[in-house]
Design a protein around this ligand. Sequence first.
Ligand SMILES: CC(=O)SCCNC(=O)CCNC(=O)[C@H](O)C(C)(C)COP(=O)(O)OP(=O)(O)OC[C@H]1O[C@@H](n2cnc3c(N)ncnc32)[C@H](O)[C@@H]1OP(=O)(O)O
Ligand SMILES: CC(C)C(=O)C(=O)O
Ligand SMILES: [Mg+2]
Length: 628
Amino acid sequence: MACACMVSCASATVDVSCSSEQSIQPPAWLHAPSLPRFNGPLKLRQSLLSPRPWVSSRFSIRCSSQKRPQYVPNTIDDPNYVRIFDTTLRDGEQSPGATLTSKEKLDIARQLAKLGVDIIEAGFPIASPDDLEAVKLIAKEVGNDVSDDGYVPVICGLARCNKADIDAAWEGVKHALRPRIHTFIATSDIHMQYKLRKSPDEVVKIASDMVSYARSLGCEDIEFSPEDAGRSNPEFLYRILEEVIKAGATTLNIPDTVGYTLPLEFGQLIANIKANTKGADNVIISTHCQNDLGLATANTLSGAANGARQLEVTINGIGERAGNASLEEVVMAIKCRGQEQMNGLRTGIQTKHIAVTSKMVTDYTGMVVQPHKAIVGANAFAHESGIHQDGMLKFKGTYEILSPDDVGLSRTDESGIVLGKHSGRHALKTRLQQLGYELDGNELDAVFQRFKAVAEKKKVKLLDEDLEALLLDKVFQPSSVWALKDLQVVCGSLGLPTATVKLADVDGAEYIACSIGTGPVDAALKAVDSIIKIPVTLLEYSLSAVTEGIDAIATTRVVIRSEIAHTSMHAQTGKPVLRTFSGTGASMDVVVSSVRAYISAINKMLGFKDIQKDKTSVISTEHKVSVQ
Ligand SMILES: CC(=O)SCCNC(=O)CCNC(=O)[C@H](O)C(C)(C)COP(=O)(O)OP(=O)(O)OC[C@H]1O[C@@H](n2cnc3c(N)ncnc32)[C@H](O)[C@@H]1OP(=O)(O)O
Ligand SMILES: CC(C)C(=O)C(=O)O
Ligand SMILES: [Mg+2]
């Protein structure tokens, strides 16, 4: 039987007709050498539709209509569709220091609409006149911007269970095409006794009266939350929820306000509420999980698996204290595993807008996302270890369950390879090839050794400029006559800058010299001079950091002139002139970098006429120290 079917391949989403064979273009990453290569349209057989955990996430197939269901407050005509309620502008803004201006809130609301969230909680209008104005603005602008397919987000305002709050919330949201009032009151013993100082009976009456009041204003979409439901007596929850349903609530949101529950426990709570609350079949059950134990995403997914069809989340997981369940984690988990593990759950989120939304929220709130944050962290699609990089180079499915394209991330290096201290030769060689350098064998080994040594010290990843500097320093050098073995400098404002240098000659014999100078570089170059004993003049010296940061690699370029030999013909006068030689060096230590460059130029000079150093001219024999 044919059915409407959606295939989501990396960033592309293709509607196909689902019969026994379907024709779609394969995603690029499917071209793994170890798998059959598909050059034409991929024939998708039914066997490919069966769960294949290692592929399904990067290649998810859904056999249902992907149209967003028509919005009706208390029901969804697709049992697998989960509404995404974004509360970045309300709970998210409760993050200490995350205050947003009205303009920023409007920008974020517009972005949330692009993302396709079903409900935007735009603020807590009673909190301040600014909050009310921002909610109004969002309701008027974003809440009336209907897309071609009929989508327009619900605009919601929060209110305590009192008339003033509800009036303010209605004042804010009523301009939207789909306005919602969200009212809440705490139901745990601890909150009722110590915070509200009200009996359970009083709380039930207030809740029911205030839901009725909200309905009486003309709002047909009412959400009610029993605050601290995670620590509330379940029997009391069933009772109060039944009363608010009778009073006209259309969504029952179950907050784990202090992030106290464990995933199985929270899932069971949702299942129990659905089973034991009269009228629960005619409303939407929602989750609102705080992250105090780091379980917000897990609890939210557990709630969805147990029948919740609205999930309250924030971008980047920001929110009160440790934050809320993060939109990107919840949505991508459903996208990645919903088909296979959650009976085909789906959301209406356009996931390719996730990265930019995350960035906007970071910029506006100043709440920086940790590098290893799932989905949107800087490292979420980066691979540093040699074994992983080797796997990624061979087939991305080895270490990636999602494609960065799915969340709107592009990376300059398609394999997401970050060169660092854990990288191997495969990754280094590949990156060098991409930069245009073909290295193998000893050359590759030599660069690899230097690369490892630098990567050990460098805290941030190695950039292309770093690699090129290493290549210049290690590979594109004249054949070595003298080599720097060790270097030590003493400098500062106390005493004279002094350098001790150990060089090895072409036979491996070592020579040490010590010198003072005007600074550490000058002292080190003089110590080199005193070993090599060939008069040269330093004509040019330049030092630059190839990348940013205190641990950047410094490259040095020097130009020297031999004062005793090595002439060339002047192009205009035809007279012999003393020849100049340049050299480059690189190191995270500026003095080492300088000495390497200097020795490189000297080696070039010595190699030019094939004049090996005159061993009799060195001032010290092996391991003897000469101090100038
Ligand atoms: C779990 C959550 O995230 S709830 C949302 C939390 N968000 C915020 O609080 C942000 C915005 N808040 C504010 O700007 C202020 O708290 C306001 C404007 C809402 C209220 O300020 P104030 O009137 O000065 O009250 P304050 O915040 O000090 O105390 C809260 C009062 O509301 C009562 N209250 C708390 N929750 C509720 C509720 N859901 N329904 C009714 N009353 C409530 C408290 O018992 C307390 O009443 P009391 O003054 O009789 O003791
Ligand atoms: C207002 C409610 C839903 C809330 O934010 C919470 O309980 O965490
Ligand atoms: Mg909350």
